[in-house]
Design a protein around this ligand. Sequence first.
Ligand SMILES: [Zn+2]
Length: 286
Amino acid sequence: MKPSLSEHPQPDDAAAKQAVRPVICYPIDALPPADLTAYRAARDGWTRLDTVIVPPRDAASFSVPAGCFFRIVSIEGPQVGDLNLWNAHDIGERFYSGKTRALHGTHLSTGDRLWSNLPYLRPMATITEDTLDWYGFDEWGGSVHDVIGTRCDPNTNKLLSGGDYHHCCHSNLTRALADAQGLPLAAAEAHVHDVLNVFMCTGFTRDTGQYFMKASPVRPGDFLEFFAEIDLIGALSACPGGDCSSAHSSDAAACHPLRIDIYQPISPPRGWQSPQRNSYAGGHGR
Ligand SMILES: [Zn+2]
């Protein structure tokens, strides 16, 4: 955090330096935009392959074949979810929250891709509908579906409170992946990664730049819909923070289940091909 009083004096040209206009780090104009018309047309006549209920303060895993859709649905009350995604054939390829943030911004919505880690760096999923897109950014700079948080975890909780809490999203995701893959907990934990915070309303305070949360605007019936670009395994935790209006990493908040619906279209979206892994050959200058 920046000190409220700097230890070092401003240079004479401080105002001019601060007035320099920012430039976008990663312009994505060269990337083909998601063809939402084609994706949405593929929903006509789709059939539901599976439904998974995520219990409160717990996680569940699910599988989505490439070319299918999945929806994360609010059902009984306001609840945020922490989402992890892996390549179903190689869990070493997983969702890369940081690069997704760099490419699409702090909070995701319709048309954004969920990119995989290096060296794969390809779209794992595309957001095809977001019933909370009306929220935009509020007066504090808050918005929903962030890729700026990490996930609540027992180690940070231990650090800050001294206590043990075993149903943080990190632990929930670890158990879900361990059960799905038949892995020991420690092996599964190594594959759990920074999440997409589904339905969570977050931002950074303007004065101190600290990560904040506020009550999610999600209501039963709201959903976030994805198209699976590759064969996926997912895990979703119903965060112990509930709507994240006050606390997490404890049993204090009211929590609700989440539902995941998986749909198979009659045929894939027109013109769609599953993306190949990134074409950089890996020379790294040698
Ligand atoms: Zn959580």
